[in-house]
Design a protein. Structure first.
Length: 254
């Protein structure tokens, strides 16, 4: 378990050796349970691994090679946003590669992601703790646990494709985590992330192939609806983004 007292970037760099010749991703925990935290975190990780390993049949991933090295600190990471984490992650990966790469070495000797990382925040921790334990006989259900996967790239540099601007984060069902990472090897993350139609919606990847969005509490009534359709060229994209900015709905990372 990597502590962040020496800085977030250093913590990410120190987590990288745990990914050698593995698949998976660095896992950042930004929330803690109110009671029995260590016990509940152990339960959460067991559930996450059980679900993640349950649907690898159509992938080339080896169940024995899943790695989820942790970056965690209950004080330093409390309430830290994805933008801050993204910057630290990028610097940490670069720091690790400069420290450990010899001439002739592979740039990244792993099938683990260096273009994305997992975040367990308050809501996702609750889903892991309170959601059902994995049962091979139990069909997929809405109350199954999930995590957040964050793109290492600044979402504002991703080309606008219409609808809600890309936020650089997607909710991924724990059951579909292996499938998501397998697809991420051949597709950029924004291509796997459903485009939001209304403000407040959360993109969801559940492995079904459907473009799913989670509506905010209270529903969509009164919510801002993003411009629809594919923008025509750079000027068309700029005009649509200008409309979104005037409405005060342009995505801003922390």
């Amino acid at each position: 378990m990597t502590q962040t007292t020496i800085g977030l970037s250093e913590a990410f760099a120190n987590a990288c050796p745990g990914l050698h010749e593995k698949w998976g991703a660095i896992l950042v925990r930004t929330a803690n349970a109110a009671e029995n935290d260590e016990e509940q975190w152990t339960t959460a990780l067991e559930k996450l691994r059980a679900y993640a390993l349950s649907s690898l049949e159509e992938t080339d991933l080896d169940p024995g090679d899943l790695a989820l090295p942790e970056v965690t600190d209950p004080v330093a990471l409390a309430g830290v946003g994805n933008g801050t984490l993204r910057t630290a992650f990028y610097k940490g990966i670069d720091l690790f590669l400069r420290r450990n790469r010899d001439p002739g070495d592979e740039e990244w000797p792993s099938d683990a992601r260096k273009d994305a990382f997992i975040v367990v925040d308050g809501p996702s921790l609750a889903s892991l703790v309170d959601g059902p334990a994995f049962d091979i006989a139990r069909p997929p259900s809405l109350d199954e646990p999930w995590v957040v996967v964050v793109d290492s790239r600044d979402p504002t540099i991703v080309a606008y494709r219409g609808g809600g601007p890309y936020t650089g984060a997607v909710r991924v069902k724990a059951r579909a985590l292996g499938q998501f990472f397998d697809e991420l090897a051949n597709k950029s993350m924004e291509r796997l992330c459903p485009i939001r139609e209304y403000d407040g919606q959360i993109p969801l990847y559940d492995g079904s192939g459907q473009r799913r969005l989670i509506d905010p509490p209270g529903g969509l009534e009164g919510r801002y609806r993003f411009p629809q359709g594919t923008p025509r060229g750079a000027q068309g994209a700029k005009a649509m983004l200008d409309d979104i900015e005037r409405a005060g709905m342009l995505w801003r990372d922390d």
